[in-house]
Design a protein around this ligand. Structure first.
Ligand code: WTA
Length: 671
């Protein structure tokens, strides 16, 4: 499936899956509109010399070794790269601990009293923790985990709101050599159960609840549901976030299994040495949607991941000791792993974490936060920027945003209008914007401007980071040079690349290495323009990108047919002004079921099976689905209908009356 935005138009392509280029981008290009880095920024930038690209190109392995040397190693590696496709090992033989690199080495140095984390809750509560305070909290929590029997090599599931303790939990696992699997707090009990089971997690760290739009998200209760019945989970540690102030019930308390954080952790000693880990030891797994229904457990290891994330953080976010850095992503996603916790903290940054929604209590919440904490670097998603555009510039306009010096975006293509709005209304035409392309699988940013060097074109993620080889392939696997559109592949390993899928070698090979044998296929389409700039065009598989979140059409389809009234379902992502894509579901009901009330009920069913982020935006009960003669649902035609476009090639359709009928019904629904 191709991400298709309002500003995208189709370009002819021989393949059945067409690629799309942004219409307005061409307009901008013909205007010759581009943005050189502001000079005042360039002169102070961490990277101000373009020779970094040539240096990395000469020998990319030594280039990454130089970045690895910025970390603290217990034992240095013997071999920088062992490349045995599809698996890479980096810094082989090296020993280190990620928590030591993110915390202890700063407290041992001169950052002990520097603020590490500013944690602002949605109700407005603000807490700050210096690096030495973080060390104390993390070490105590790590000892508490040990007390609960968590050992090196175990997997701990974390299901928490975006408060400082979420970062402490990740770091405490890392400290004792346990791996974590963070599950986004918006996921349902079923989704959580599936992830816990796949990871064989032995312990869950959660909170009684979190705040979202003034309401409590009942996390602990969801954990109770997720681990009811057979489970590998022996202990649940619960942070009291909501507390006694509300008559709030933190689920069922099972003696021996359930523990309050404040009762257990505060009693623990703050003396907990960091476990010495191998560079290739598992750091975490993180689940992401693929084109089949079952989420994939992406595997990341220690030395390479920390090298890749810390290097890119330094260069792309131009981090300086005085910065107040805010990435608005939740730690339930990869962005929260790489650019809230590991990358920034390995650099000794001051990181802001915000728990809640951007419109609570009002639509200026983000800008109030920037003003209050004097945020200097802001990293957010295009969908958020488009929402802010819709709300109007008076909200940022009434706040003092003069502290900002660099802006970033991630998660989906940013349309040029949104880029220019961000530049003007948030950055006051003085902050470079880094449009960063990467994936859960890549671990680190791979395509991005360097803010002191790169001339930007709004909507283009510009160029691969030094040392990264991102190329375009044609349908039949030929390398495309020059100004062409094609499939984005990565033809050289990088330190933070995934080390496979958890316990699923075959699916790893099948998903990433079989479309073009021996080459990593990203699943994205991209176009290179005459100046060599890369424009990311979205997914070419059955993965949707809804508000920057990856959701597979199959996952939603299986949740739909899980409802007793649904006989068959087809799901597509249709273009959406704010979210990039919205989910449109087409369902056939089982005989005996009818009634408008079912529409709402089935949508809610999907939300309860996967989580509210997967709730279909529209659900369309239809008499039949368009299929090929061999019985395959033609989603392409459903997209054409949902987006009000002329139908593409219908020659393979078994019954052409079906789409005509559908279109009529759909148009009727729209009006
Ligand atoms: C999309 C998020 C265009 C892309 C870090 C990718 C982007 C998927 C960009 C990964 C960008 C991410 N421009 N598209 N700057 N950044 N994407 O795993 O389709 O949640 O494959 O990782 O998001 O999403 P994921």
């Amino acid at each position: 499936m191709v991400t298709r935005h309002r500003w995208l138009k189709e370009i002819p392509n021989k393949s059945s899956k067409s690629l799309y280029v942004p219409e307005t981008i061409e307009a901008l290009l013909s205007e010759g509109r581009s943005f050189p880095p502001p000079e005042s920024f360039s002169i102070q930038a961490n990277v101000s010399d373009g020779s970094i690209y040539e240096e990395a190109e000469r020998d990319y392995v030594s280039f990454w070794e130089k970045w690895a040397e910025r970390l603290d190693w217990h034992t240095k590696w013997d071999q920088a790269l062992q490349w045995d496709p599809p698996y890479a090992k980096w810094f082989v033989g090296g020993k280190l601990n990620a928590c030591f690199n993110c915390v202890d080495r700063h407290t041992d140095g001169d950052l002990s009293e520097k603020v590490a984390i500013i944690s602002e809750g949605e109700p407005g509560d603000v807490r700050t923790f210096t690096y030495s305070e973080v060390k104390l909290e993390v070490a105590r929590l790590a000892n508490a985990l040990k007390l609960l029997g968590v050992k090196k090599g175990d997997i701990v599931c974390i299901y928490m709101p975006m408060v400082a303790e979420l970062a402490f939990a990740m770091l405490a696992c890392t400290r004792i050599g346990a791996a974590h699997t963070v599950v986004f707090g918006g996921f349902s009990a079923d989704a959580l159960r599936e992830r816990i089971a796949d990871a064989s997690a032995v312990c869950v760290i959660t909170a009684d609840g979190g705040w979202r739009r003034g309401k409590v998200v009942e996390l602990k209760k969801t954990v109770d549901d997720a681990i009811a019945g057979a489970t590998t989970v022996r202990n649940v540690l619960t942070l009291r976030r909501i507390g006694d102030s509300t008559a709030f019930n933190a689920g069922t308390w099972v003696v021996g299994r359930d523990h309050w954080w404040h009762e257990l952790v505060t009693k623990e000693s703050s003396d907990c040495p960091c476990e010495v880990m191998d560079s290739e030891d598992l750091l975490f797994t993180l689940y992401t949607s693929g084109s089949t229904g079952k989420p994939k457990g992406i595997v990341h290891t220690t030395g390479g991941y920390l090298t890749g994330t810390s290097a890119t953080f330094h260069c792309i976010f131009d981090h300086k000791p005085s910065d107040i850095y805010w990435c608005t992503a939740d730690c339930g996603w990869i962005t929260g792993h790489s650019y809230v916790v590991y990358g920034p903290m390995a650099n000794g940054a001051t990181v802001l974490m915000y728990e809640g929604s951007p419109d609570t209590p009002d639509k200026d919440r983000f800008w109030k936060i920037v003003e209050k904490h004097k945020v200097t670097i802001l990293y957010t998603a295009p969908t958020a920027i488009r929402t802010f555009m819709k709300w109007g510039e008076q909200f940022p306009g009434n706040c003092d945003l003069s502290s900002l010096r660099l802006l970033g975006t991630v998660g989906e293509p940013i349309n040029p209008e949104a880029w220019v709005w961000y530049w003007k209304h948030i950055g006051n035409e003085k902050c470079p914007i880094v449009d960063t392309w990467w994936q859960t699988e890549t671990g680190q940013i791979l395509i991005s401007p360097l803010p002191g060097l790169t001339r930007c074109k709004p909507g283009s993620a510009t160029h691969p980071f030094p040392g990264i080889k991102a190329e375009l392939f044609s349908e039949d696997g030929h390398l495309l040079e020059g100004a062409k559109g094609g499939y984005l592949v990565l033809t050289r390993p990088w330190p933070a690349m995934l080390r496979g899928l958890y316990n699923d070698h075959d699916r790893y090979v099948e998903t990433y290495w079989s479309r073009f044998p021996g080459v990593y296929f990203t699943g994205d389409g991209a176009k290179r323009d005459d100046d060599g700039f890369l424009w990311l065009l979205g997914r070419v598989d059955d993965v949707m990108n809804v508000a920057g979140h990856r959701i597979s059409t199959m996952e939603v389809e299986s949740a739909l047919v899980d409802h007793p009234a649904v006989a068959e379902a087809a799901v597509i992502g249709r273009s959406h002004e704010v979210k990039g894509q919205a989910i449109s579901a087409f369902v056939l009901l089982r005989s005996g079921f009818e009634g408008d009330h079912l529409v709402g009920e089935i949508r809610e069913h999907v939300a309860s099976v996967i989580g509210p982020i997967a709730r279909p935006d529209d659900l369309f009960v239809c008499a039949d689905l368009p299929k090929t003669r061999s019985g395959k649902i033609m989603r392409r035609l459903l997209r054409d209908i949902a987006e009000g476009r002329a139908l593409g090639d219908t020659t393979t359709l078994a019954d052409s009356a079906v789409v005509a009928g559908l279109r009529q019904q759909y148009e009727h629904l729209e009006s």
